[in-house]
Design a protein around this ligand. Structure first.
Ligand SMILES: Nc1ncnc2c1ncn2[C@@H]1O[C@H](COP(=O)(O)OP(=O)(O)OP(=O)(O)O)[C@@H](O)[C@H]1O
Length: 598
């Protein structure tokens, strides 16, 4: 209950911030709508008594009053609807904004790579879509609460014991809440299989995966797995719904018994002369109103519960994101600015790392100095730890042990946002921003997002000018399948635009290119790397380091420094000549690939 009140208070405060006038109008009209019916009941009692006493004029006036009250009961909620509909739309936008902020609110990748977090986001995304109804439910409940209070006072006036009648409304409300908790728990339990089932649906609808599904003849298998997951989900939900319905029905039975007893009590009073006929009419009307008020509140409980569910999940996610990653305490000088230019370079000192929630170290005792101005290539077999190393250098995770020093300053002392503003990156799993081309590339340096010359220069550096040529509106072409006129690009073209984004910033201290050429052909990769080197030399003037992760040894042999990662450790580091002369792992792998190309 406390949680519901907090969530309701939060929602009303949100409405008030959107528009105090509309909030007042909506609340006022809903209260008028909730109290009009009990007032009509009281007027009906007076009318019956007046008519039976022969006071015809009074009875006619009361008839008019009843008509007005009935019209108010019918129309007030309609006018309230106009006011709160707009508020609900604005609230929706705000919830979505909060969701976006939550999904992107942390500089760390921990939450994104955590399946439990993904499950909670899935439930939230689904529930936020229904929060339009929650405002209506909250306002309707407020109106009903006033109506029920008035009804209770009137019933107590007829016979003190009847004051208890609205109390019989409590079991259905409690049962309604419990029933919704049962269903909510089932939704939580089935979030993971639901997400997996939706992923399977996505697999079958995405054109990229459709090709594989056909070639590997996976369609039936995907259907089978989808049905399996769906059976699991719907079975659990169905059982929860059945228990919830039973609880609701039993609680309604308790109320029905009370209603019949109340009418019999007042009817007996009228027969024995203690009550009037108007009283009997009033108890019939009021008691049936209590029934309908309770039924309405019970019907509104799921929406109210959803409101508190959304509020709770948003808070939990906020807490989860606000919790610092398990790491050594921040250095006393936390908040240090990134250096304007690198003089010495970036040093990894005794660095070990295990992903949060896991024990296994994926990087172990890494001691490495990346000299300022160097082009550094990182090579190694699948799963060696290259991408993990990149994530550490990007500041997405903190080392479990050891440190990363940027010109001697611990990276953890530099706020992530400050560090991210001074680096740039192109990843293998790059984002496909479905904007116009200028923005898709330009967001790599937001202040220069709309600068055509900056975007053209970035595309040139990325050797991606050819992507523009076939596009109907050049830089102004809308990209993506979400738009009817959106141009769809090939995987390699999207990757070239992602590379263009990486080259937008002029003076990054660190430019990370994590397998950025995976989707490109060998010729494009070769030409690209030559440009990387030119670009790297420019960055080098400011001491900037270019770090390139690649599997293709031909691409990286001209790098100033090659780091070979094996099983989470740095197996070797040096330039191509040195490493070949040493005859170690690099020489072995290089010879292996060179034979493959021959
Ligand atoms: N988010 C994660 N949570 C837990 N373990 C992870 C996570 N990401 C990677 N790992 C593990 O860390 C180890 C190193 O993975 P990493 O992605 O760094 O290797 P890699 O050298 O980049 O591999 P590849 O060449 O295949 O991209 C692997 O054992 C992998 O399973």
């Amino acid at each position: 209950m406390r949680r519901l009140l907090i969530a309701a208070g939060g929602l009303l405060a949100m409405c008030w911030r959107q528009s105090p006038g509309k909030t007042l109008a909506a609340v006022g009209l809903m209260i008028a709508s909730g109290t009009a019916m009990p007032l009509a009941g009281i007027s009906l009692r007076q009318l019956v008594n007046a008519a039976l006493d022969g006071r015809i004029g009074e009875a006619v006036l009361l008839g008019v009053l009843i008509a007005v009250l009935l019209i108010a009961a019918l129309t007030c909620s309609h006018f309230a609807h106009i006011a709160y509909y707009e508020l609900a739309e604005l609230n929706m936008l705000r919830y979505n904004h909060q969701l976006i902020t939550l999904a992107n609110g942390s500089s760390s990748l921990e939450a994104h790579e955590n399946p439990e977090y993904a499950d909670r986001l899935t439930v939230l995304e689904r529930e936020v879509l229904q929060t339009r109804n929650t405002l209506q439910a909250l306002l309707a409940t407020s109106g009903l609460a006033f109506g029920m209070l008035l009804t209770a006072v009137m019933l107590a006036f007829l016979h003190p014991v009847l004051f208890l009648l609205p109390l019989l409304a409590v079991p259905p409300i409690l049962a309604g809440r419990r029933a919704e908790q049962i269903v909510d728990a089932s939704r939580g339990r089935t979030a993971e299989p639901t997400r997996r089932a939706l992923n399977l649906v996505h697999l079958t609808t995405a054109s990229a995966t459709a090709k594989e599904l056909k070639v590997f003849q996976l369609e039936d298998e995907v259907r089978r797995r989808h049905s399996e997951l769906w059976d699991l989900t719907s079975g659990d939900l169905w059982r929860a719904q059945r228990r919830a319905t039973l609880l609701r029905a039993l609680s309604q039975l308790v109320f029905a018994t009370g209603y019949v007893s109340a009418v019999l009590l007042v009817a007996h009073g009228a027969i024995t002369g203690r009550s009037t006929v108007g009283d009997v009419v009033l108890v019939v009307v009021l008691a049936s109103q209590v029934n309908s008020q309770v039924a309405q509140v019970v019907a509104l409980v799921p929406d109210l519960q959803r409101l508190s569910g959304v509020d709770r999940r948003l808070r939990e996610l906020q807490d989860a994101l606000g919790r610092p990653a398990p790491a050594p305490p921040p250095a006393p000088d936390a908040g240090t600015a990134a250096p304007d230019r690198l003089r010495s370079g970036i040093t990894l000192r005794g660095l070990s790392f295990a992903y949060p929630g896991t024990e296994a170290l994926v990087l172990r005792d890494v001691d490495l100095h990346l000299p300022a101005g160097a082009t550094v290539a990182v090579v190694g077999e699948n799963g060696a730890g290259k991408s993990s190393l990149v994530k550490m250098l990007c500041g997405f995770y903190r080392p479990t042990h050891g440190d990363i020093l940027v010109d001697g300053t611990p990276l953890r002392a530099i706020p992530s946002k400050t560090w991210h503003a001074r680096m740039s990156a192109g990843f293998q799993d790059f984002a496909r921003y479905e904007f116009v081309v200028r923005q898709t590339v330009g967001v790599g340096d937001l202040p220069r997002e709309s600068s055509e010359s900056a975007v053209v220069e970035a595309l040139r550096r990325a050797h991606a000018e050819d992507v523009l040529a076939p596009l109907p509106d050049g830089l102004g072409t809308q990209l993506g399948k979400s738009y009817s006129d959106g141009a769809e690009l090939s995987g390699g073209q999207w990757q070239k635009l992602a590379l263009g984004r990486a080259f937008m910033r002029d003076r990054p201290l660190l430019l990370v290119l994590d397998e950025p050429t995976a989707a490109l052909d060998a010729e494009a990769e070769d030409a690209l790397f030559k440009r990387y080197i030119t670009q790297a030399r420019k960055i080098a003037a400011d001491g900037g380091i270019t770090l390139l992760v690649s599997h293709r040894f031909s691409t990286i042999s001209t790098a100033d420094m090659i780091v070979v990662v094996a099983d989470g450790r740095v197996a070797e580091a040096g330039d191509h000549g040195e490493l070949i002369r040493r005859g170690g792992l690099y020489a072995e792998l290089y010879a292996l690939q060179a034979r493959g190309y021959r």
